[in-house]
Design a protein around this ligand. Structure first.
Ligand code: SIN
Length: 214
């Protein structure tokens, strides 16, 4: 697959709902809001569900991790990344969860101490909010936990686009955490290792133009 010049990088493709100027000017740091969202009280351990980079980049302290899933959501590359896998001028695309009745999204569950959210809230600050959810483990047991979701109201949200448009945007973007294409392929590999088949992720990998870096 070849990206036409400008495909996936022009404002008409990247920012269906907002102008580029609005995007550059916005302040979308959710850190302070997330700090107020949950009181951990006597809970000294919390389950966190990860479905994107939190599966393949676990650079935080955890007590235990194991595969899990949550219901009623699908993984989608619909969130803009201005701080990790892109820049304000050329945002990348990373995953968020979209509600879908009957769906199951698989990922990785981490049992963490509440103070780890100081780091995680900073890492996920580009539009993600913490939500309560129910995790289902591979043995069929359940546990309450938290998940970061970037919903359509956040200023960095990009929303749906054709697979080829999303793949070309990903191929063109890079940020402080590395290339956006590596986020996609590392996520695909991690899902493969979990035995998960995510048609959305696989379709985007299939649309990625060849890697031209040496
Ligand atoms: C997650 O991995 O659970 C959230 C999205 C991301 O950080 O890639």
């Amino acid at each position: 697959m070849q990206c036409r010049e400008g495909q996936g990088t022009g404002p008409e493709n990247l920012l269906p709902e907002k102008s580029l100027t609005d995007t550059i000017a916005m302040d979308i740091d959710t850190t302070a809001v997330n700090r107020l969202r949950h009181r951990f009280g006597e809970h000294d351990q919390v389950w966190l569900f990860g479905y994107g980079s939190l599966i393949f980049k676990a650079d935080f302290t955890y007590l235990e991790r194991k595969p899990a899933s949550i219901r009623g959501h699908v993984r989608r590359f619909w969130q803009g990344s201005h701080d990790h896998r892109g820049t304000p001028e050329s945002p990348g695309r990373v995953v968020t969860l979209a509600p879908q009745a009957g769906a199951t999204c698989s990922g990785m569950a981490y049992l963490i101490r509440p103070d780890v959210f100081d780091y995680l809230d900073h890492r996920e600050k580009n539009g993600y909010l913490r939500f309560s959810t129910t995790l289902t483990f591979d043995d069929g047991t359940h546990a309450p936990g938290l998940v970061y979701i970037a919903d359509p109201d956040n200023a960095a949200y990009l929303g749906p686009a054709a697979d080829v448009i999303i793949a070309c945007q990903i191929a063109a973007a890079s940020g402080p955490s590395g290339r956006n294409r590596d986020y996609l392929t590392e996520l695909a590999d991690a899902l493969d290792a979990l035995g998960d088949v995510d048609p959305h992720v696989q379709a985007l990998v299939a649309c990625l133009p060849p890697d031209s870096s040496p």
